[in-house]
Design a protein around this ligand. Structure first.
Ligand SMILES: O=C(O)[C@H](CS(=O)(=O)O)OP(=O)(O)O
Length: 238
């Protein structure tokens, strides 16, 4: 994709081409909800591309909670939808989640194959993600942009967050309009159309500092865990 950034930016259809350090962005709503889940005590999020994979994981591990959506709407038999506001109100502490969404988790599963390190990010985790990436120039995957969604979405909410993270990573002032771009994005309009609560959109557009999520493979597939923060005091004596 052509963007104002030097970093490579891929849409979801090209996620499998990503290599090196990869940041998959889904601000509305997958990785906003994911970041809030770990902030609320979820130790691990298993990512799947298909609802059938989520049900299979629960059959094998009945203690997990299933979270996600199909076309933005709750999935019958899942415990939670893909809603950050619902997540905050739920008791998830200590529970492992299986997360399936139409754009975000599918993009992450596709991008993982070629990645040396993969982060799943949103505006909530922009600062933590920029810190975790460090000096490596990452490839960003704008998960909301794909041929499947071209008629109603250009992925601008995710691109805005990619630009925000990249500015932070380079020590520059991040754009002042990131939240505005999320709230006024085609993805937000689409969610409003299907009846998703405005609070979910506002939550995703609020730049609080949440944890970023790093992917690894285990015996259950792809899993996300929080990256420990690397904050240092300003006057570090070392
Ligand atoms: O639930 C969401 O916010 C979206 C639904 S869709 O992609 O617009 O159909 O999924 P996500 O994967 O979180 O972007």
């Amino acid at each position: 994709m052509d963007t104002a950034m030097d970093a490579v930016v891929l849409d979801r259809d090209h996620a499998h081409e990503a290599s090196g350090v990869v940041v998959v962005i889904d601000v509305l709503r997958a990785f906003t909800t994911g970041s809030l889940a770990v902030a609320n005590g979820v130790p691990t999020i298993h990512l799947v591309a298909d609802p059938a994979d989520a049900f299979a994981l629960r059959d094998a591990h009945p203690d997990v909670l299933l979270m996600g959506e199909e076309g933005g709407l709750p999935i019958d038999g899942f415990d939670l939808s893909n809603s950050p506001v619902e997540l905050i109100a739920s008791d998830v502490r200590g529970r492992e989640l299986v997360h399936r969404t139409s754009s975000g988790t599918r993009a992450a599963v596709a991008a993982f194959a070629g990645a040396d390190r993969l982060y799943c990010a949103s505006l909530l985790s922009a600062v933590a993600t920029a810190q975790a990436i460090g000096e490596d120039t990452p490839t960003y995957v704008v998960s909301g942009r794909s041929a499947e969604r071209a008629a109603f979405d250009d992925g601008d909410d995710d691109l805005a967050v990619a630009e925000h993270i990249e500015a932070l990573r380079l020590g520059r002032t991040p754009p002042a309009d990131t939240s505005h771009r999320i709230i006024t994005s085609p993805a937000a309009a689409r969610l409003r159309e299907i009846g998703v609560a405005e609070a979910d959109i506002r939550c995703a557009a609020t730049p609080v500092h949440g944890p970023t999520l790093m992917a690894a493979r285990d015996d259950r597939g792809l899993r996300l865990t929080p990256v420990p923060p690397t904050w240092r005091p300003v006057a570090d004596p070392r």
